[in-house]
Design a protein around this ligand. Structure first.
Ligand SMILES: C[S@@+](CC[C@H](N)C(=O)[O-])C[C@H]1O[C@@H](n2cnc3c(N)ncnc32)[C@H](O)[C@@H]1O
Length: 400
């Protein structure tokens, strides 16, 4: 349990940020791969990453990796894994399979072969077979098929890690918490700088920031799959949670969120209270085209509305909205940097602003850019940074 090979998947575009986060959290060098990060670490580190990582989707332990050509090779590889070291036949499980360029005819059949191998092994070794539960399994096994290789993982997280356990109220287009955290990490925001989201919706960006400012671990409010795995020792987990609680602190600066929809502001407030940061964020109602800066300088992080979600008196269309937003920022927000996540690659020219950074980021299947605009008194011109080619999103999953 002291040298596990971990894989931490993340959205495309976030790999380098996650590599830096993992290396810092467990003081071990990690490697960025396409769609995630690998690191050699202990069981305790795997627990620590589940509790503290804001950027990864889950923490997987690699149990097998090898070549395959036929379904029978998948059965043989899965039969050779010591599943009995991880869980018992009394626990339900599910096999989740992802594939890229897999030559096999049916991915469902491939997942079935892995499931059969696992069941047969536990029955032979322990005299009983575990049941499959595709909805609420105790244990999730992940299998990835490339064109030539199979990799098998056991999942220590369970529900994906963007589910922090505090969001009950959400609007139409909430950001995943992991993506909000990636925006914060990409912006380089430090908790001494005022932060404002003028289109906050259910509050994801401001709440993530407030938890960072208050030293609250993202996993403090949720359960994890590792609690049901055999290596789990409650006292080790309890000690990690106590250590995390000792990091709680008063935030150095207030964080601000506002939204034109008062219903959203109520949602955001309730979510913030559940997330333990009710007092750290100042929420307001109001139109982003009219709200004045809540501090003399700071960072705005914005996941703006599009199409019919734009609500503002007299605005003709999205073009008009972004035009007026840019004019408002140029006039009143000198000293602020605005980071805007948008699928519209032409946003800077629509806003008649020059971005100083543009970073590819995927919002689920939607290719976006995170643009940085620096508001300078009298002018908003900065040098244009080069665009980096984005990576495609991950392959869809099938289950068996
Ligand atoms: C894409 S959503 C933001 C979602 C948010 N990041 C979350 O995680 O819930 C855009 C938000 O902009 C708000 N909005 C629309 N027009 C606005 C305006 N003129 N001023 C401020 N907010 C506006 C909508 O009410 C919506 O909540």
């Amino acid at each position: 349990m002291n040298s596990l090979h971990l894989f931490l998947p993340c959205p495309a575009g976030v790999e380098d940020l996650l590599r830096a986060e993992v290396s810092a959290l467990i003081a071990t060098p990690a490697q960025a791969r396409r769609g995630g990060v690998t690191v050699q670490a202990s069981w305790r580190d795997a627990l620590r990453l589940n509790l503290h990582s804001r950027l990864c989707q889950r923490v997987l332990i690699e149990l097998a990796h090898g070549e395959y050509r036929h379904e029978q090779d998948l059965y043989a590889a899965a039969s050779a894994v010591s599943w009995e070291a991880w869980f018992t036949p009394r626990q339900s499980f599910k096999v989740e399979l992802t594939a890229q360029h897999c030559p096999l005819k049916s991915l469902n059949f491939a997942a079935l072969k892995i499931k059969d191998a696992l069941v047969d092994r536990l029955r032979e070794r322990l005299g009983e077979r575990p049941n499959v539960d595709t909805h609420w399994p105790d244990v999730r096994v992940h299998a990835h098929l490339s064109a030539s290789h199979l990799t098998l993982y056991i999942d220590t997280s369970g529900e994906p890690l963007f589910k922090r356990g505090w969001r009950e109220d959400k609007g139409d287009a909430p950001l995943k918490e992991t993506l909000a955290a990636a925006m914060l990490a990409a912006s380089g925001w430090q908790a001494q700088t005022p932060l404002y989201d003028p289109c906050c919706g259910s509050g994801t960006i401001a709440i993530e920031a407030a938890q960072i400012a208050c030293g609250i671990a993202p996993g403090a409010k949720r359960r994890f799959a590792f609690e049901k795995l055999l290596p789990f020792q409650p006292h080790v987990w309890a000690a990690l949670k106590v250590e995390a609680q000792a990091q709680h602190q008063q935030p150095a600066v207030p964080i601000f969120g506002s939204d034109v929809a008062h219903r959203m502001v109520d949602f955001a407030q309730r979510n913030a209270e559940r997330a333990g940061v009710g007092a750290a964020v100042q929420w307001r109602g109001g139109d982003a085209l009219q709200r004045m800066p809540p501090a003399p300088s700071g960072i705005m992080l914005v996941n703006p509305p599009y199409g019919e979600r734009i609500q503002s008196g007299g605005v003709a269309d999205a073009e008009d909205f972004f035009n007026r937003l840019a004019a408002h920022w140029k006039k009143h927000y000198a000293g602020w940097s605005a980071w805007v996540l948008s699928p519209d690659l032409q946003l800077p020219s629509r806003m008649r602003l020059k971005e100083s950074r543009r970073m590819p980021m995927w919002n689920g299947p939607i290719e976006c850019r995170l643009f940085r605009f620096d508001m300078v008194a009298g002018s908003a011109r900065t040098a244009r940074a080069p665009d980096h080619p984005p990576s495609p999103p991950q392959a869809p999953a099938v289950t068996g």
